[in-house]
Structures are given as structure tokens and as C-alpha cells.
Ligand binder design. Sequence first.
Ligand code: GLN
Length: 223
Amino acid sequence: MQQKPTQLDRPLTVGILALQGAYEAHAKTLQSLGVTTKLIRTPGELTALDGKPTVDGLIIPGGESTTMLKFLERNQFLDVLTTFVQHTPTFGTCAGAILLAKDVQQPAQTSLAAMDITVERNAYGRQIDSAILTAPTKLEGAPLEMVFIRAPRITRTGPHVETLATRDGFPVLVREGHLLAATFHPELSSDTRVHQLFLNLISQNLIRKNAPALAETPQAQPH
Ligand code: GLN
């Protein structure tokens, strides 16, 4: 597979949690961007015995957050993932965004409690109310196509959370430090800008770890 060099001059490896849901589409998008992907189904595939992450970043896909939690509650996977997301770039889409949120409502549910947001599940109604919208965002370029499928609604963002896109005044794409969350499904559109944003976030994180001073260069993603 062809690898594109990053700012670090080495290819990135991005894990995709593959317990359930739309993980294959994320893998295809990342592969089209020249990234090595690794499907993650066990805690050992995410974190090595010495506690180090085996991947540079992780995508938690859309699907059904309750079902994913059931799988995660085996083999201490939830604990391993909770620790992982505290330090390693992670992008949650839809159900993945629900898992990343500090506070989950309607109904309340366990989460990784990593991102300072509150989400209401299925806030736009039932499956029939799923929608495709095209709207301006803070990303460079044209308005972005956003596919919503039984999407949650982000009803609160903490002070360090940046909103990059909204729907009806509610955030739908948010970033907090090394974490990114979308209540829509960017892997189902041909536009790869959201995945590219996540890859930039991973590169930034690696540069910061390897050479903290370099992270302040103009290539840094805006906060
Ligand atoms: N409604 C789902 C949940 O609560 C999320 C839907 C999705 O990921 N497309 O987990």
C-alpha cells in the first residue's frame, strides 16, 4: 500500500475500533489517504504489554453505542480504552462521539468520559429522521456534506472545546486537544477533509511528544 509521508517522515498507523458498526468505511477513507490502518478488536491490539499504544491514533466509529459498550465491558477493554483516549488522539463519530462524551443523556449511559461535552442520544428522532445536509464549517474550502443517522445532539461544550460545525445551532463537529468528535458520518461522504483534520491532529500530537518546541510552528492546527 502506498504511504504518504507525514510531517514526521514516517507513515501513520491509525487504529479503528472494530467491535461493531461502520468501521470498514473509515478504513477505506484512511487507506485512500495513504494511511496504514489496524482493526482493533481486543485490548491487546490497542495497547502493548508495556502499556504503550500500538497505534498513533484511533477512530471509534458510528454504530450502536450500547452494543459497543457491551463488548467493551469484557476483558477490561473499557479500562484500557479509557486510559488510551486520555493521551492518544481519538476521533469518535456518532456512537463514537457518544462514547467519548463526559456526560451522556437520554438515557444516561457509561462512557469513556474523555471529552468535555454533553450528548443526548437519538435527539433528532428515529432512523427515518436521518438526514444528509451540506453546510459551511470552519474547515477550509467548500461547505461540507454531513450524513446524520440517528444522530446524538451535543447540548453542552466545555470551555476548551472548539466547535467546527453546527446543525440548527448545535455543535456537530468538535475538537478538544487531541480529541475530535462528529455527530455525523464523514466516512460515508467522499469528502476527506474531516479525516485529514484528524491526521493533522495526530501528526501535531506526535511532533509535540518528540520535540515540544516544534509544535508551536505555523503548521500547527488552529485551536
Ligand atoms: N443512536 C446510536 C447510539 O445511540 C448512534 C447512531 C450512529 O452511530 N449512527 O449509539
